[in-house]
Design a protein around this ligand. Structure first.
Ligand code: UDP
Ligand code: MG
Length: 324
């Protein structure tokens, strides 16, 4: 498999994070290699083993033994996809870098098309899903709504219905790597760096093997991450709610006073009080909760911990060349 690095050929790095993907990894590898074999680019595969508890690392190592284009970054534990992705990107040496899931939901066959856009001069090429197979109606609907919500709310335009599958030029990647925040919403960060962005569309496949690592709470967490990382609108919304309820309170007070003065009405009692108290209590708690979300993130950022620890690196030829 040994291929020497020549100056005429540029390197395509494929960054693939994997967490418990033992059953699909060989298929992923063969489809990937097949898909890019006609490109006039040297291939570099960067696997990130995100603390898998099955034989994922062993499968990777076996591939690494027979293919010197593979780098394995073995993280010290499971850090989650966003960080695993970052670890892979940190070690990519390529001129163009593709980010792809290892469960074959992002078809490797699309890579030549991504590369074509890159050779046309685009720095970021997004792959947008026009169809998702094998996902529940609930996930499809919530994600449809969420992407549109986020698009409206966030300060930068995060492409809708676009996962992490995309290509970055070296220039865009270098920019991205300077962003070291702990709360990483990669889809947002990719967009945040800017540069010329292009888009291709595809139908998202079902998982080849295994099952999704996201449960409902995990997705909710990611959704919050996206919102809080790229918008302070919720904070403003909290102030707005406070303002509105204070205004409503004042309005009520005036009406009650006027009714008392003009008609001598007895002041209506208990039920309306309870309604008001619970309403205002709810608004206050909501506002506090929103502030808490942001405060918690500020807290995490100030701890200034490294993003991840690497247990072991098995370098490809490229990475070995680049050392020292
Ligand atoms: N993944 C990871 N670390 C995690 C969870 C997931 O590296 O903690 C990888 C996983 O192996 C896969 C990709 O991220 O290659 C996408 O994960 P998954 O298929 O579970 O997400 P979904 O496609 O359901 O959004
Ligand atoms: Mg998947």
């Amino acid at each position: 498999m040994e291929r020497k690095k020549t100056n005429s050929e540029k390197i395509l790095s494929v960054v693939a994070p994997a967490y418990n993907e033992v059953d699909g990894l060989d298929e992923f590898y063969s489809r990937l290699v097949e898909a890019v074999k006609d490109l006039e680019l040297q291939l570099e595969i960067i696997y990130v083993n995100d603390g898998s508890k099955d034989g994922t690392l062993e499968v990777m190592s076996k591939q690494h033994n027979s293919d010197s284009r593979i780098t394995i970054i073995d993280l010290s534990r499971n850090f989650g996809k966003e960080v695993a992705l970052t670890a892979g990107l940190d070690h990519a040496t390529g001129d163009a870098i593709v980010v792809i899931d290892t469960d074959l939901q992002d078809p490797p066959e699309l890579i030549p098309e991504l590369v074509r856009k890159w050779t046309e001069g685009f720095d970021v090429v997004n792959a947008k899903r026009i169809k998702r197979k094998g996902e529940t109606a609930f996930k499809k609907i919530t994600s449809f709504v969420y992407y549109r919500f986020l698009y409206q709310l966030s300060d930068i335009k995060i492409p809708k219905d676009t996962g992490d599958f995309r290509l970055l030029s070296r220039k865009a990647l270098n920019a991205l790597l300077t962003l070291r925040e702990k709360h990483r919403y990669m889809k947002g960060l990719f967009a945040w760096v800017g540069y010329s962005q292009a888009e291709i569309t595809y139908e998202r496949d079902e998982r080849y093997a295994g099952e999704t690592k996201w449960n409902f709470l995990g997705l909710l967490d990611l959704a919050f991450e996206g919102l809080t990382s790229f918008s302070v609108l919720p904070l403003r919304l909290a102030s707005l709610l406070g303002f509105l309820s204070a205004f409503a309170g004042l309005f009520f007070a005036i009406i009650i006073i006027l009714k008392k003065i003009m008609f001598g009405d007895p002041v209506a009692g208990y039920p309306s009080l309870v309604v008001l108290i619970t309403f205002i209590g709810g608004v206050q708690l909501l506002a506090l909760g929103i502030i808490g979300e942001y405060l918690g993130r500020v807290f995490n950022e100030t701890k200034n911990r490294p993003l991840y620890f690497v247990k072991d690196i098995k370098p490809s030829d490229y990475l070995a060349d680049n050392k020292d």
